[in-house]
Design a protein around this ligand. Structure first.
Ligand SMILES: Cc1cc2nc3c(=O)[nH]c(=O)nc-3n(C[C@H](O)[C@H](O)[C@H](O)COP(=O)(O)O)c2cc1C
Length: 242
């Protein structure tokens, strides 16, 4: 993989509180060339090296890529379930179209979403804003009312899960790209049976349901997919300028 140069973070973000804003002017962590290099290095890994585990410090940063993912209004209608137990990872194989990535990866991440978005959920978020930013709950009344109206409208149209799913896919993309920049392989997985995942994870009857999963770890030396050329439509076709 590419060797990065110039990764000069002014703070140790992993050991600073979650809410520390990054105020650095330009961190220059990655050159444009290094970024594209890592994007090309990434591929949907079919075979993981089951003997290699993601080190704790690397994983801690990748967890932050989940926690720090943006979402509509900031409502974070998700829970990320990190599976490292070999027995549980193995149990996912038959409910993942017999794909072996869940068993052989280091960390299998299950992306789940809220089934409902209630006024209480909005209030919990408002409280979190008030606590984090040291402002009065009442000062957020306008924002709260907009979100409550938005949530009610989604519920009326039966669109809560669809909306939450769109949010969690942003987290999935964010996670995969962050993995690639740290040299960690991934395989996003829609080839799963979400209802069976819910059963295995004890989610049935709860507030969250499985949408998609992502295996993370290190490619096996023999994974022939690693060396296949990337298949993409040309930029001239998928990018339009105006
Ligand atoms: C949402 C999503 C779900 C996917 N599900 C699977 C899957 O279940 N199994 C698999 O091997 N690849 C899966 N893929 C990988 C795609 O097939 C792959 O990203 C695509 O062919 C492009 O190849 P590349 O990622 O290697 O560049 C999925 C990709 C995405 C984005």
């Amino acid at each position: 993989m590419t060797n990065f140069t110039g990764a000069q973070f002014p703070l140790n973000f992993l050991s600073s509180p979650l809410h520390t804003p990054h105020t650095a002017t330009r961190m220059n962590a990655l050159t444009p060339d290094a970024l594209v290099g890592q994007l090309r290095w990434r591929y949907a890994t079919k075979q993981f090296d089951s003997s290699r585990k993601i080190p704790a410090d690397v994983w801690a940063a990748l967890e932050q890529s989940l926690v720090l993912s943006p979402s509509s209004f900031g409502l974070q209608p998700w829970k990320f379930i990190i599976v490292t137990s070999q027995a549980v990872k193995q149990s996912f194989v038959p409910v993942s179209w017999n794909q072996t990535q869940p068993a052989d990866c280091s960390h299998h991440v299950v992306f789940t979403v809220r089934k409902n978005l209630t006024e209480a959920d909005v209030d919990r978020f408002i409280q979190s804003i008030a606590d984090t930013r040291g402002v009065a709950v009442e000062s957020q009344k306008g924002y709260r009312d907009v979100m409550v109206g938005f949530a009610a409208n989604l519920a009326k149209q039966g669109q809560v899960r669809e909306w939450a799913t769109r949010q969690v896919y942003i987290a999935l993309g964010n996670f995969m790209t962050c993995c690639a920049t740290l040299g960690v392989d991934t395989c996003p997985m829609e080839g799963i049976v979400p209802a069976e995942y819910d059963k295995l994870l004890g989610l049935e009857g709860g507030d969250f349901t499985t949408v998609v999963a992502c295996a993370a770890g290190y490619r096996a030396a023999g994974d022939k997919y690693a060396s296949l050329p990337k298949v993409r439509f040309p930029a001239s076709e998928v990018i339009q300028r105006a």
